[in-house]
Structures are given as structure tokens and as C-alpha cells.
Write a protein that binds this ligand. Structure first.
Ligand code: AMP
Ligand code: MG
Length: 355
């Protein structure tokens, strides 16, 4: 097993000290040489390799244990760099980039020959994102401009929101981690497909359907995002896999707060009697009600940004504390809430109880 080097970058640094600059340059050199480096973005930590090098993409799949039909997102640091990897740039892509780039949004576009099939999982389209995180952008620049970067977790696990969680999954499997503290958003980018007549959201994120529709007029959403009984395969290959999942069994409980707490307390009492270690993922308003072994707070119920930022960490902490049965409050599926519920539903294998 090789040694994974950790380099520290100050959280929220927008300009870098000479030491940080040198660390990011070393990281870029590693990627140019075919190595793998995990780095912070505004969404979650990414696992970066040279997107134009088929071997690098193969290494990413191997390090993550990711099925090779699940394509990677190519990260760029300048809009004009898209020309090399996309065969045709539609007007909608320009509009979206003007409004939301740099930022937590990924576009699916027809790929050029420069992008190896390994990077796109054999598809003739490519996913492109221009992130806003200063460390990510500098690293992409030093890496030659095209960094394939899925989330830096082992496949199926919650995406890492800090370098500590990256190392939990990847220590010894990758060359370096740039540790830039905890990330801001905490959920992966919105993925929007621009290769169909009407743009379609394949994965919800911080940039919502409402925001895209205000810009483009009509925007569809893949029906599989919040339902698993639609009988249809998701259009983003990655969305068909069990994902974001803690090791424990998990159920989402929806309804009026008092009834939710009653249901959870009744069930955690039964679970404990059977020898299970129980956990609850809840919000500040309701925390006092729960009597499980471990209770994690995501923030205030109305504070979606806090809920999103803390969700994956809470799921990982449940694993660390060896919880075997998790109950989570449910959330609204409107706006950014749709991204939160999409990840929660996947983590719970779509098990929802309404009380
Ligand atoms: P991750 O890299 O873990 O953030 O996941 C990237 C997501 O984007 C996965 O759900 C992929 O299946 C999806 N994706 C990447 N490239 C494409 C593409 N060319 N067409 C459709 N979905 C894609
Ligand atoms: Mg991922």
C-alpha cells in the first residue's frame, strides 16, 4: 500500500501562502503524472485524476471500487476549456454557465474524441463542471486543465465532507489529500442533461429546478429522483446504485413532529430490547423528544443549508458509533429540499414510513 500524503490549506483561503501554492502545485504534478489526489470543492471532496488519461480514470474506478459504467465528471477551470472536450456547445450551456458557473452545477454535453471512453463509462456524452472552490480551481489549472473527479468516497458510502472522511475511505489508495477543512454545501452538484430537447435534471443539487426553469423556461426532472417504483432506469448511470449509505439499516419517518417522535421512540425501545444500537437523525426543534442511543442534529428544520452540510457527516458518525438501526426525520421535497430527500431516500434504500 502506498502512503497518502496530507497537505493542509487554510479553510476559506482565496489567495495562497507560498507553502500552500507549492502543495497545490505538487498535487497538480501528481495528477499530470497519472496519480490521484483528493481535494475540496464547494460541494464535497473530489477524487481527482487526469480526465484525458484513460489509465487515470481506470485508477479512479479501482480506488473507489466504482462500477466502470458509472461515468466521471470532468472539472475545468475556464469556460473556454470546454471546447476541447465537448463536440458542440449549445446556447443553453452558455446561458447556464453565465448564471451558475463557477458553481455546483454539472452539464451533460456531447463529448469530443479527446475524452477517453474510460472517463465517460463508454457514453458519447461527457459531464462537465467548473467549480468555485479556489483550491479546486488552482489544482485544475496545475493539472493541465481537465480533472476527472467523482466524490472521494468508496463506492456506495456517503460522500466525504472533510479530509478526515476522505482518509477513512481512501488512505493508502490514493497519492495525496489537500485538506481544506469542511466543505460548504455538503451535497454533490446538480446534474443537468443538455443533450435532449428539453433540459433534464438527472441529479438534484444546490442549483434547483426552479432556478434553472427561471433561466431556460422548461426543465424536466428524471422521474427516478424521488421514486424507486417508476420502473425506469435513471438516466444518470450512477443514480441506479445504492448510494450515500451508512452501514446500518435506515428508515425515514415522515409526519407531524410529535407522532414522528412517538413512532421512533416506540421502535427504538423495541430495537434496543433486541440488542440493536439505535440512532436518530433529527433537527434542533425535535431533538429533546428522542430517546435513541445516538442522536445527531442536522440543524434547524428550516435551515436547509445546514441540513445538507451535516447530512453525510451524520451518516458517517452513525457508522463510527456502530449504530445498527437509524431513524431519520423526513424533509420537504421542494427546492433544495429535493436534493436532501434524494440523498436521504437513497441512503435509506427508499424505506419511508408515514405516521
Ligand atoms: P459523482 O462523480 O460521484 O459525483 O457522480 C457523478 C454523477 O453524474 C453520477 O450519477 C453519474 O452517473 C452522472 N454522470 C456523469 N457523466 C454522465 C453522463 N455522461 N451522462 C449521464 N450521467 C452522467
Ligand atoms: Mg459519488
Amino acid at each position: 500500500m502506498r502512503k497518502t500524503i496530507t497537505e493542509q490549506i487554510r479553510q476559506d483561503a482565496t489567495t495562497f501562502t507560498p507553502g500552500e501554492e507549492a502543495a497545490i502545485r505538487r498535487a497538480g504534478d501528481l495528477i499530470c503524472g497519472g496519480g490521484l489526489v483528493a481535494f475540496p470543492t464547494e460541494t464535497v471532496y473530489g477524487l481527482g485524476g487526469d480526465a484525458l488519461n484513460a489509465d487515470s480514470s481506470r485508477k479512479i474506478y479501482a480506488a473507489k471500487g466504482r462500477p466502470s459504467d458509472n461515468p466521471l465528471i470532468v472539472h475545468i477551470c475556464r469556460f473556454s476549456d470546454m471546447e476541447r472536450i465537448v463536440s458542440r456547445i449549445p446556447e443553453t450551456a452558455v446561458q447556464i454557465a453565465d448564471a451558475f458557473w463557477p458553481g455546483p452545477l454539472t452539464m451533460i454535453l456531447p463529448k469530443s474524441k479527446a475524452v477517453p471512453d474510460e472517463t465517460t463509462g463508454g457514453l458519447d456524452t461527457v459531464a462537465v463542471r467548473l467549480p468555485s472552490h479556489p483550491v479546486a480551481r488552482r489544482l485544475i489549472e496545475y493539472s493541465g486543465g481537465y480533472v476527472a473527479a467523482p466524490s472521494a468516497n468508496r463506492s456506495g458510502r456517503p460522500s466525504p465532507t472533510s479530509a478526515r472522511y476522505v482518509l477513512e475511505d481512501m488512505d493508502g489508495r490514493i497519492d495525496m489529500v489537500l485538506d481544506g477543512g469542511t466543505v460548504g454545501i455538503g451535497l454533490e452538484s446538480t446534474v443537468v442533461d443538455l443533450t435532449c430537447e428539453t433540459p433534464q435534471i438527472l441529479r438534484p443539487g444546490y442549483v434547483t429546478q426552479e432556478m434553472l426553469a427561471a433561466l431556460l423556461g422548461r426543465v424536466d426532472t428524471d422521474v427516478t429522483i424521488l421514486r424507486d417504483d417508476s420502473g425506469q432506469a435513471p438516466r444518470a448511470p450512477g443514480m441506479k446504485y445504492r448510494h450515500y449509505a451508512p452501514k446500518a439499516d435506515m428508515v425515514i419517518v415522515e409526519g407531524e413532529a410529535g407522532r414522528v417522535a412517538d413512532y421512533i421512540n416506540r421502535h427504538t425501545a423495541q430495537d434496543k430490547a433486541r440488542g440493536e444500537k439505535t440512532g436518530v437523525i433529527g433537527t434542533r426543534e425535535n431533538l429533546d423528544r428522542y430517546r435513541a442511543d445516538v442522536v445527531k442534529c442536522l440543524g434547524g428544520r428550516k435551515d436547509e443549508e445546514s441540513i445538507a452540510r451535516n447530512l453525510y457527516g451524520a451518516l458517517r458518525q452513525m457508522d463510527e458509533e456502530e449504530v445498527t438501526k437509524i431513524y431519520s426525520e423526513g424533509f420537504t421535497s421542494e427546492g433544495f429540499g429535493q436534493a436532501i430527500m434524494n440523498r436521504l431516500l437513497k441512503a435509506a434504500g427508499h424505506r419511508v414510513v408515514r405516521v
